[in-house]
Design a protein around this ligand. Sequence first.
Ligand code: C5P
Length: 399
Amino acid sequence: MARLLNRNFILGITGSIAAYKAAELTRDLIREGANVRVVMTEGACGFITPLTMQALSGHDVHMDLLDTDAEAAMGHIELARWADVMLIAPASADSIARLVQGRANDLLGACVLATPAPLFIAPAMNQEMWAKEATQDNIKVLSDRGATVLGPSSGSQACGDVGAGRLLEPALIVEAITETLGTGLLAGRHVVITAGPTREPICPVRYISNRSSGKMGYALAEACVNAGAKTTLISGPVNCSAVDGVHVIAVETTQEMHDASLLAAASADIFIGAAAVVDFKPESVASQKIKRNGVAEMDLRLVPNPDIIATIANSASRPSLVMGFAAETEDVREYARQKLEKKSLDYIFANDVSDASIGFDSDRNAGVLIGQNGNIEMPISTKRILAEAIIGELSRHLD
Ligand code: C5P
């Protein structure tokens, strides 16, 4: 099984004799389905050629912060945003010290600062350097900030010493990352997700809908596939494309989404309502286009649509976990918690859509995951990374 399917890795290589192992690591990551973009420091280029890494990763290697051609192709901010995982292997003593300081005068440092992706560091250095208080303090600072430190392992070193400081074997780095990312956490489980807007026709050419892009629901579906789940995505009309492995059921109206959801949810372990469902529909749909001619005003009588998630959460075949979204423009948490109770949900993700930089149609989002066991703050990040975090949390609470 490709356990890192569709995951975007920035592999940072720094100046260490172990840099040659980054070649094998790249192959291992790609074998697991990951997309790998390599960033090399000047020091790294003294140990392994960018050409080797370009050939193995299948992409140009990024080296300079101030290279206009490279920046035009994929700038460092774009690269940093693209990443789902930031991995530095090997990480030299100097690069670790620079990370602690938050230096950004080389491309790798700038990417680490600019990415919301989780940071993994695989140190490699002489055993004496590893054991030094300065290095140990630096490592502690980075782990306290949330970085995952992989290794080093112990044994004989290139310099002739014996001790801790060897780069963890590439296969073990891949294992540790897949474990931390929660790959396989939903193996054997079925997750049903609704996404996008629904549309309620008024006549053959007009409809009522909303601004939902579907991006959050599609990101959740991707995270579920990556976690090994059978994933059904019931989607309203959107411009997103689902990753391989997602079973997409395209619907248009709320009633269609309702019917497809109820059917699929009967065999689901988790149901996630990420769709922005149109709550009211025209009482009757005109069979011909409604003309303006001679019409001074027009009444549109609306009647309620079914509440999909509430129906599922209260059904006899309720999935173990039911999660909704609350996109609000004021008193976000309060309204979200009320919805959680009213609709009998286990979790609700509350986000403020009055902030234009997140929410509707944005690639980024932020909010708070409210559950029966408390709140988890989720700071601004890409929808992909948020989706991973949400799925990780849900999977830990499945019986
Ligand atoms: O629209 P509202 O803010 O009530 O949406 C909260 C949650 O309920 C969302 O997860 C949404 O997908 C779900 N919902 C639903 N059916 C509706 C309305 C909302 O499943 N008719």
